[in-house]
Design a protein around this ligand. Sequence first.
Ligand code: KPL
Length: 312
Amino acid sequence: MSSPDGVEALVVGPGAMGCLHAALLAEGGVKVGLLDHRSERAATIERQGIIVEREGGSVVVPIRCSAQASDFFPARLAIILVKAYDTEAAAEHVLDALGEGASVLTLQNGLGNYERIAGHVPPEQVLAGTTSSGATLLGVGKVREAGRGMIRFGSPFGQQERAEQTAEVLTGAGLECEVSESVEQILWEKAIINAAINPLTALTGLRNGQLLDDPDLQGTLAAITEEASRVAVAAGMEVRQDMVAVVEQVCRQTAANRSSMLQDLSAGRRTETDYIGGEIARRAREQRMSAPLCSALSALVKAAERKETMTS
Ligand code: KPL
């Protein structure tokens, strides 16, 4: 496959969020590519397109997909949507696709992603944020869209103009997004949401909304949120006072979702707990405090991961 003039946006990672965002950008008229690290799977996706199931039926979105980053050179924007434990590998892999001065935007779950990317890409080119869209991976290149959310991002290195230019590409494709100067706050708030919802759903098998149906679980959800928020504040973040209400609201908005951690655990895949609850517990130790709920839940998820791999 040749690429005489590159792509406007290159999505890295053909998981649920990667496939969904690549499809949305393509549907929005952006010249987009999808970078995988497995060539056989890339060939399958390139042949079949991305299949998106949504209310009202399913659509097939043609996509250029390859495991050769250079096939997409020069990409003007890369959007990293691999699992947090694959960030380093993805940042290295994407380098051959990047045109001069290209922006690299991470919308991954977890803390520490943009810092790892900035170890490979010039920091001023790195953007970071979150997406609140929901998606479930149904098979290779096949996703169910579980609600269109908002992308909030910015430059952790003060490159506001670069963030605004990237927002134009995303909004031009019909994606709702907001540029913010408080990147750390956005990332921490999402990490707190994930630290509360993901392990509870992963360990119980419940959907996000069902966490609110059980008063004991609802109380646990609130307790984790408060604990993680205290760590964020100790780490110098400004955290919203109403974080418990925010987390409960996310449960309602994504009520039918199986969280990404539940999806990973059920599929026998490694989860991102080391970069969410596990990382919050680590940051708590840095501040000479403890985060017993985050620690315990992360340990339980790791144990469940090992059990799943042994039995699957
Ligand atoms: O980000 C999510 C995830 O599943 O990882 C939430 C917001 C919990 C939605 O399911």
